[in-house]
Structure formats: C-alpha cells, structure tokens
Design a protein around this ligand. Structure first.
Ligand code: DC
Length: 240
C-alpha cells in the first residue's frame, strides 16, 4: 500500500516554546513531507549580523548584511540543518546571543521581504515534488502562504513555554534558568507581536491548538486529525 502523504502546505505558527518545531518535524516525517523552519532563517541572518559586528537595531546595516548572507536550508524533517556562507550553523543559531538579537533583526522590513521571497521559492520548489511541506514560523498563515491547506496556531501558557525552553536548553547543554527564560519568553512575545511588519498573530482561518496540557504526542494526534479532516492526506488513509 502507498504511504500516507501530505498534499500541499501545512502552516504552523505561534510563539516560541509551544513545541512547534518538534511537532512540525514529527508531522512532516509522519506524512512523508518536507519541513521548513523559517525561524532558523531569521536566526541565521542574525548570526551573520552579529559576526559582522553590526548593531541589530541598525536597519540599514542589517539589510546590507542580510543581502550578502548566503543561506541554505535543509528540508529533511529528520535532519533539517541550516548553512550560512557554506558552513553548518545549526548549533550556533540556538545560542543566547542570537536568541537575544533575533527579534530586532526580524523586525526589519527589508529582511522580512528577502526571507519571505526565499521561503516562497523553497516552498514552490517543494510543491513540485510529492509529499507536501510543513512550514513553521510566525507569519506563515498570514503572509507567506495565505492559501495553505491547513493553518494551525499553536499556543501554550507563558509558564509552560518557559519550562519547556529551560528543559530544552538543559538537554542541549546550554545553561539557563526558569526565571530568566520566562522573562525572555515574555520579552520576545511582546516584540514579535508588537512589531510593525508582519506581527505574530493568528490568521482568521487558523485552527488554534493549545498545548499547555498536552504532550508532543497529544499535539501530533490533533494535527494529524486536522490534516486528515481537510482531505490533505493521499495514499492509504491514516497517517499513523
Ligand atoms: O521559532 P524561533 O524561536 O526559532 O524564531 C526565532 C525568531 O524569529 C522569533 O523571535 C521571531 C522570528 N520569526 C519571525 O519573525 N517570523 C517567522 N516566520 C519565524 C520566526
């Protein structure tokens, strides 16, 4: 029997710490789809900005660096990876320096324009292959792919998100504590939702999934039901 496969795009948006990345990758893997982590793209540009010694608040200089940066995104959900100017930077883009500066860089309109164009190109290319694509970010359902077959807005309480981030940091070998992570989650929520260009918000036609009291498996189950109910799965019905 043919493997169940996704058709089209699933857009997964929401604030940080909702389990969005883990669940997006698992969903893509379960449905034979590719995966695009757009947050990693903003992070990689931020790394380029920091490496260039540019002030992340200087929109003109940030734009210059972003234009010169060579980004290459892996779309395999089991090993996505991101390359900046030819070198793998997956580890570095998750560190505190990049995390602290990424909201400022992603608020620059020209950076968004550049990255949205690149995202659409990658998504367009993926649509020529079987298997569809799961795309995660903040503005996928509202800006990047407004006609996605399914839009999900993944939420969770700020406390639950901070606790998850802290656990993730610990398991990745980064030092962090709950109180400062909670403050960082709230700071980034405010910056991402309050910026002028493409602020984080739920698309009118997105389905909200609250993961505060769900584990990854529970969220994944809900998403697979949603994908199936939209008729976005081809092959031998049933994705798991
Ligand atoms: O998902 P993440 O935490 O890796 O995202 C990093 C930052 O990038 C986040 O603070 C907001 C920004 N971002 C964005 O503005 N638009 C996207 N589509 C994805 C991420």
């Amino acid at each position: 029997m043919a493997q169940a496969r996704l058709r089209g795009v699933v857009a997964l948006d929401g604030p940080s710490g909702t389990g969005k990345s883990t669940v997006s990758r698992k969903l893509a893997a379960a449905l034979g789809a590719t995966y695009l982590d757009t947050g990693a793209m903003y992070r990689a540009v931020t790394l380029a900005v920091l490496r260039a010694g540019v002030d992340p608040a200087d929109a003109v200089e940030v734009t210059r660096v972003a234009r010169a940066a060579e980004l290459s995104m892996g779309t395999d959900p089991l090993a996505p990876g991101v390359r900046l100017d030819g070198a793998e930077v997956e580890g570095e883009i998750r560190g505190p320096e990049v995390t602290g500066a990424v909201s400022a860089v992603s608020a620059v309109a020209e950076v968004r324009e550049l990255l949205v164009a690149l995202q659409r190109e990658l998504i367009g290319r993926a649509m020529t292959e079987p298997g569809g694509m799961v795309v995660e970010g903040r503005d996928i359902g509202t800006v990047v792919v407004p006609d996605a077959g399914l839009k999900v807005y993944l939420t969770a309480s700020a406390e639950a998100r901070a606790a998850r981030r802290t656990a993730q940091d610990a398991s990745d070998g980064r030092r962090s504590d709950l109180r400062s992570t909670h403050a960082d989650v709230q700071r980034r929520d405010a910056l991402d939702s309050g910026r002028k260009v493409a602020p984080l918000r739920q698309a009118d036609d997105a389905v909200e999934v609250d993961s505060t009291d769900l584990d990854i498996h529970g969220v994944l189950e809900q998403l697979i039901k949603l994908v199936e109910s939209r008729g976005l799965v081809t092959g031998d019905g049933g994705a798991v």
